[in-house]
Design a protein around this ligand. Structure first.
Ligand code: ATP
Ligand code: MG
Length: 184
């Protein structure tokens, strides 16, 4: 990872950011922040808390930003197994432990936890432990939490919360299938 440019410590405050709601754009807004941060020579780590693998558009673009952006998906090829909640919990914890290690390492200025809200909503990971980790995070690291149904306690703790609200979706309205560059 490249060395970081100096920033005025008085002006630097790591924000807790939440992208939630039933409208499209939560994950793409998070990746947009990664793009912006990388352009500012900041180091970013992204953990995708969802069934992998990464969508091709993201994977290829993030490879181009590899100097600044590192990313992992929780168990590539993995799908949530509602029959086996214990396994889901183990997988979620394994991904969380990696993300936490990155958060605490001091190497990154931004950590993106894509779909973490889903993991917390389904109780695959204990909310209290997650909130405690955020409380103890390094003060200057931004953390982005995306996914539907963000928990009220997380919203309360966060500094920046945006709700994407569904007005129209091409699939719902017209049955238009996923489009390259828009959905993957
Ligand atoms: P994106 O990854 O495009 O930013 P998102 O993170 O806001 O979307 P998710 O809740 O993670 O959305 O949904 C994952 C996928 O489901 C997205 O590709 C999205 O377009 C699709 N989706 C969201 N809402 C609808 C809907 N109402 N009907 C059909 N598909 C939907
Ligand atoms: Mg998403």
């Amino acid at each position: 990872m490249p060395k970081q440019p100096p920033t005025d410590p008085k002006k630097r405050k790591g924000l807790i950011i939440v992208n939630t709601g039933d409208g499209k754009g939560k994950s793409t807004a998070s990746f947009g922040l990664a793009l912006r941060a990388a352009g500012n020579k900041m180091n970013v780590f992204i953990m995708q808390f969802m069934k992998g693998p990464w969508k091709a558009g993201e994977r290829k673009a993030l490879q181009e930003l590899a100097n600044y952006v590192e990313y992992e998906a929780m168990g590539d090829g993995f799908t949530w197994d509602t029959e086996n909640t214990e396994q889901d919990k183990k997988t979620a914890r394994a991904a969380f432990e990696i993300a936490k290690e990155k958060l605490m390492s001091g190497k990154y200025q931004m950590i993106i936890l894509d779909e973490i809200n889903y993991v917390l909503d389904y109780k695959f990971f204990p909310l209290d432990e997650f909130l405690e980790t955020l409380r103890n995070k390094p003060k200057d690291v931004h953390v982005v939490c995306s996914g539907r149904n963000a928990n009220e306690k997380l919203i309360e703790m966060a500094d920046l919360v945006t709700e994407m609200r569904l007005i129209k979706h091409p699939f719902e309205e017209q049955g238009i299938p996923a489009q390259k560059g828009i959905e993957f």
